[in-house]
Write a protein that binds this ligand. Structure first.
Ligand SMILES: [Zn+2]
Length: 382
């Protein structure tokens, strides 16, 4: 009987089954507008609410495989693979996203794994960004593996992820976060469960967000208020072995911006980041702002003062690959940098050393929703 169905009808049948058996995914799948497009080769989403399919790819799949496909696409949207690529390598990011999602759907028994896709038990509970860093270690070999998987049919096509502006990415993120929260409620009401892998994420979505720009301004402004900055420094100082003299009124203030260029921040985001710090600092008559890039080492160091601070906005990023936050701390020690505030723009995919405290620090985090730094404050970039 299924032979009589068109590929579009087959996708609809699978979506109805998804709703019955896995309502969390099912409610989210209803948000997608289904478009036939042979050029995509397989299937895929674009972040703007569209799901594309190539009829030939769908024609030889059974309902369980199509249930898996729906869950796969929903996963990419909720885990924000669609918007978090940044400057990462296209092919490896594609792989990382598929490894992350396929394992979740497969382990939860959502439909049937589609042969030709990527599956690796080792990546249980890993995020795509962490998987990406792991894949980077054997880049060439992994790329060969990906090409082989594509030749075997693959799972889907991620090429439609690319064309979103920063503003659109923010909108897509908010929209799917809201949708996930609603789907979680709806699924529970329908007697279904929220898949384990999504639970932490959804809890996080429901916590009210502080805007990173506000936090940067507040942190900078606090340096003008002796009392607040003293209490903060005293609190933090207990964590490390450093002694910080208090700033006298009118004394020069120094800040530092450390840009993690290992992948998740694009030039556009970095420009926005340094512009924000520049704007926040403009109320100081005397200021030093050290800006560095880092991945596994520190480079591109520039110091800006009140006289040339506007040039910060032209700061260009380069490099990328690997992440080792220790290089920033070591660099600060070697160069005797003790800023009033260190702003670290990062995806937070690294391990902290034992006693990492060096100064009052704010982490502006793009992507990683699962790790809280052992010191300082953190805020999401979006
Ligand atoms: Zn995929």
């Amino acid at each position: 009987m299924s032979q009589a169905l068109t590929p579009r009808e087959k996708l609809s049948v699978a979506r109805v089954q998804l709703q019955k058996r896995f309502p969390f995914y099912g409610f989210l799948a209803l948000k997608l507008n289904v478009i036939e497009k042979a050029e995509v080769g397989t299937a895929g989403v674009d972040g703007k609410g569209n799901m594309y399919f190539a009829p030939d790819f769908i024609a030889d799949k059974d309902t369980d495989e199509l249930i898996f496909l729906w869950a796969h696409e929903i996963g990419h949207l909720i885990f924000e693979h669609v918007i978090l690529k940044g400057s990462r390598d296209h092919m490896l990011w594609n792989m990382a996203g598929d490894y992350a999602i396929n394992l979740i759907a497969e382990q939860d028994g959502v439909g049937k794994f589609i042969k030709g896709g990527l599956l690796e038990k080792k990546y249980t509970d890993w995020t795509a960004a962490a998987i990406y860093d792991d894949l980077l270690k054997e880049e060439e070999e992994n790329k060969k593996k990906y090409k082989q998987a594509q030749d075997d049919g693959g799972t889907d096509n991620h090429d439609m992820w690319g064309e979103l502006t920063e503003a659109e990415k923010g909108r897509v993120s908010r929209e799917w976060q809201q949708a996930a929260v609603s789907a979680a409620h709806a699924a529970k009401a329908a007697g279904g469960a929220v898949p384990e892998a999504f639970r932490g994420l959804i809890e996080d979505f429901t916590v009210p967000k502080v805007c990173w720009k506000d936090l940067v301004r507040e942190k900078v402004r606090a340096q003008n208020k002796e009392e607040i900055s003293w209490s903060r420094i005293n609190r933090r100082r207990q964590l490390g072995n450093f002694n910080y003299p208090g700033r006298k009124p009118g004394e020069k203030v120094s800040f530092m911006v450390a840009l993690d260029v290992s992948g998740s921040y694009t030039q556009e985001m970095v420009t926005s980041a340094v512009s924000e710090v520049y704007a926040a600092c403009s109320e100081f008559t005397e200021v030093d702002i050290d800006v560095i890039m880092w991945d596994t080492r520190v480079y591109g160091h520039k110091t800006f003062t009140q006289d040339n601070a506007e040039e910060m906005r032209d700061y260009k990023i380069e490099g990328g690959g690997g992440t080792d936050f220790n290089c920033v701390l070591n660099w600060m020690r070697e160069n005797q940098k003790q800023p009033a505030q260190l702003f670290v723009f990062t995806d937070l995919y690294f391990s902290f050393m034992e006693d990492p405290f060096i100064c009052d620090t704010t982490f502006i985090v793009n992507g990683n929703k699962n790790i809280t730094p052992p010191f300082g404050d953190s805020v999401d970039y979006v």
